[in-house]
Write a protein that binds this ligand. Structure first.
Ligand SMILES: NC(=O)c1ccc[n+]([C@@H]2O[C@H](COP(=O)([O-])OP(=O)(O)OC[C@H]3O[C@@H](n4cnc5c(N)ncnc54)[C@H](OP(=O)(O)O)[C@@H]3O)[C@@H](O)[C@H]2O)c1
Length: 359
């Protein structure tokens, strides 16, 4: 019996050490114990991966959870599972296809009409490195779903978020934003040769620029906006990439993956943290690398680019917006009929100023 003590304790130490190292490398669990009864949380792409785990944990903490997904069968199944495991009956499946402005407008209309409040909006859904394709409205699929769809959705829910303040918007970006470039001459890959990796990185850089610009516009409203990179997480995001399907990666590399790649549950911790942590009350316009606030890439800090991107995006999705508002002022967008403009427009002022408030 004694001869087993040493190997067993070495084994235990190695396993314990690996778990601690993994926690260290991957960020560990959300440090906040806050509960959120009475708070309404909208999560896009919540039927799987990080979004589903975020929904699960926030339901456990007492929130009213609206899971916004494109596939209602998957969404209903996930909502049912979460209701069952958390015993929280207030978990709802709702249809939202971010590749369709019609669907986004219809979803936002329902939320605005049916929900008393929206305390947290988590813009989580994404597609990564998919084959070339366009959304229903002719946008590049990755820019359209990951960024423009969330840009429109957020703007359409802004009044509700303001009425519910203090409230929070959380945008899932990625470390990939670092190598992203915003190409104003061809945002939607209409003319140049399509590069799916660059398209993803552009969409994730756009999200950080959007986060900072929206935070600036919402100054003084009680609505905060932050972006995050969740870490490297084992989800379905890589479904279009070779590595996801390769035997080599799933067998030979799996011990390394164990240390570096987190479970969706761990991957959801940054979203949960930004959604509930009391110490983040009033923190806005920031970028979090997992649970730690960090400076995003220099390209994400360019305010001129952020303003230009905002105005072009507003035109593309049919929102009117004001321009050239001083850095310290808050200003708003107003919904109008869609009036798409060419993505290569160098004009940042595409519509007359409709609304301007200091709300
Ligand atoms: N996993 C990582 O390592 C990692 C790293 C950095 C950043 N992120 C970011 O984390 C977020 C969550 O990703 P994940 O890893 O959890 O990916 P995932 O497992 O692939 O989940 C993505 C979710 O987005 C949904 N979605 C895709 N297209 C949509 C559309 N047109 N309309 C509505 N929903 C749509 C998917 O729905 P279906 O199930 O119907 O396809 C799914 O629910 C993403 O923003 C991603 O960029 C992830």
């Amino acid at each position: 019996m004694r001869k087993f003590i040493l190997p067993v304790s070495v084994f235990g130490t190695v396993i314990g050490g690996a778990v601690l190292l993994k926690d260290y490398i991957t960020g560990g669990p959300c440090p906040s114990k806050a509960k959120i009864p009475g708070k309404t949380v909208v999560i896009t792409g919540a039927n799987t991966g990080i979004g589903k785990e975020t929904a699960q944990e926030l339901a456990k903490r007492g929130g009213r959870i609206i899971m916004a997904c494109r596939d209602m069968e998957k969404c209903e199944a996930a909502a049912r599972e979460i209701r069952g495991s958390t015993l929280n009956p207030h978990v709802y499946a709702r249809h939202l296809n971010l590749a369709s402005m019609k669907s986004i407008r219809s979803f936002a209309k329902k939320i605005n009409e049916e929900e008393k409040r929206v305390d947290v909006l988590i813009n989580n859904a994404a597609v990564m490195r998919c084959p070339p394709g366009k959304t229903e409205d002719g946008f590049d699929m990755q820019l359209g779903v990951n960024y423009l769809g969330h840009f429109l959705l957020t703007n359409l829910l802004l009044d509700k978020l303001k009425d519910s303040s203090p409230s929070r918007v959380i945008n899932l970006s990625s470390l990939a934003h670092i190598i992203g470039e915003i190409d104003f001459t061809d945002l939607n890959w209409d003319r140049k040769k399509f590069d799916t990796k660059k398209a993803y990185c552009q969409s994730k850089l756009a999200i950080v620029l959007f986060t900072r610009e929206l935070a600036r516009r919402l100054e003084g409203t009680g609505v905060t906006v932050n972006a995050l990179h969740p870490g490297v997480v084992a989800t379905e995001l890589g479904r279009h990439t070779g590595i996801h399907q390769s035997q080599f990666s799933s067998s030979v590399l799996s011990p390394f993956f164990y240390l570096l790649i987190k479970s969706p549950k761990l991957g959801a911790q940054p979203s949960i943290y930004l959604a509930i942590a009391e110490e983040l009350e009033g923190v806005t316009g920031r970028y979090f690398d997992v649970l730690t606030e960090k400076e995003p890439a220099p390209r994400a800090l360019d305010q001129e680019v952020a303003v230009k991107l905002w105005d072009i995006s507003a035109s593309l999705v049919g929102l009117e917006t004001t321009l050239s508002v001083p850095v310290s002022s808050a200003y708003v967008t107003k919904e109008t009929h869609p009036q798409p403009v060419a993505a290569d427009s160098t004009q940042t002022q595409t519509h007359p100023v409709e609304t301007m408030t200091t709300a």
